[in-house]
Design a binder for this molecule. Structure first.
Ligand SMILES: [Zn+2]
Length: 335
């Protein structure tokens, strides 16, 4: 039986969803409460998406993300089931539960995610009975063919979320470079692999693109075909995260692009339409600090490990097949 203190849209959608997530299948233990409350909360979001429209759905997801990331710790799975306030903690069981479902939908796609949920609801071993977290995981794995053990560990059983820093820089000919790194809010998870959606705007164009953020301190180059004026992180709020967007300093004097700039671990060098043969790095006193010969001349991105350099301003000289190019970069500790 659902009891309602008002007849507002959101509460009605949530309580109706409990006909399925709660009544048709009851959580197998209090520790699995998110199967009831995370799902009823997400069903409220889906009701907004289907009935009210996308802006109302985005607003719902944004609010969930803000509420979740007020807490640096806390798991979706309820380990302490003796304390009612902790058990029914809205930011974890309800909102993070809902956002984990949204993230699964993003990772697996609509067809797999919703088919798996229908199969779970129709499973004769579960319906009109009860289910544990692992039963829902199995339904997703059966439909997707993927092992979701790591995903459930990070998002259901362990704690925290990532802050993603994206330093971006325009390249000539409609390209952008992205240097992506993350720190996590809780030591139980050291890294969250993510499929990140970005929105790029410029020259009256507006497009979405995806970067797989599968490792730390990652660099990507994306060919968008127009001059990007604005870049937005995760505009559809698929992720549970905070983000920092940094537009890289434009220190290139000559047609060399250096990114990220300031550089922390890796400095990437990119020269449009020229093959790089060798490069030299000098400090402010003009002393040669680093020299690198490129055995196979290339106009791809050349990564240079600058982690051992002292913080400060450096000059870089790049020799291509027919010219020398100079530029400057800053080495700094992570912001
Ligand atoms: Zn509820």
């Amino acid at each position: 039986m659902s009891s309602m203190s008002n007849l507002g849209f959101d509460l009605m959608a949530h309580e109706l969803a409990h006909q399925w997530f709660g009544d048709k299948i009851t959580c197998g233990s209090w520790a699995d409460l998110w199967l009831n409350e995370g799902w009823a909360t997400y069903a409220n979001g889906i009701a907004r998406e289907m009935v009210q429209g996308k802006p109302q759905f985005i607003d719902f997801l944004k609010t969930c993300n803000e509420r979740i990331t007020r807490n640096t710790d806390g798991a979706v799975f309820a380990y302490d089931t003796n304390n009612v306030n902790n058990l029914f903690f809205g930011d974890m069981r309800y909102r993070k539960g809902a956002k984990v479902l949204h993230l699964l939908r993003w990772e697996l796609g609509d067809d797999v995610f919703f088919n798996a949920t229908r199969n779970y609801m129709a499973n004769a071993a579960l319906c009109y009975g009860f289910a544990h977290t692992v039963d829902f995981k199995e339904a997703l794995e059966l439909e997707s063919g993927q092992d979701l053990t790591d995903f459930f560990d990070r998002y259901i059983y362990k704690e925290g979320w990532p802050t993603i820093t994206t330093e971006w820089h325009r390249l000539p000919a409609g390209k952008v470079t992205l240097a992506i790194s993350q720190v996590t809010s809780h030591p139980s998870v050291s890294f969250f692999p993510l499929k990140i959606e970005y929105r790029a705007k410029g020259e009256n164009k507006d497009t979405l693109f995806i970067v797989d953020h599968s490792m730390g301190n990652q660099n990507a180059i994306v060919d968008l075909g127009f001059k990007v004026e604005e870049l937005y992180f995760d505009p559809n709020f698929w992720l549970i995260s905070k983000d920092i967007m940094v537009e890289g300093l434009h220190l290139d004097l000559t047609g060399i692009t250096l990114f990220p700039n300031p550089a922390h671990h890796t400095l990437n060098i990119y020269v449009e339409d020229e093959k790089v043969n060798e490069l030299f790095i000098y400090d402010v006193q003009g002393r040669l600090i680093l020299e690198e010969q490129i055995n196979t001349p290339t106009n791809n991105i050349i990564p240079i490990d600058v982690s051992s350099l002292a913080n400060g301003l450096y000059t870089i000289k790049v020799n291509t097949e027919d010219k020398s190019l100079l530029s400057k970069f800053i080495k700094s500790a992570l912001p």
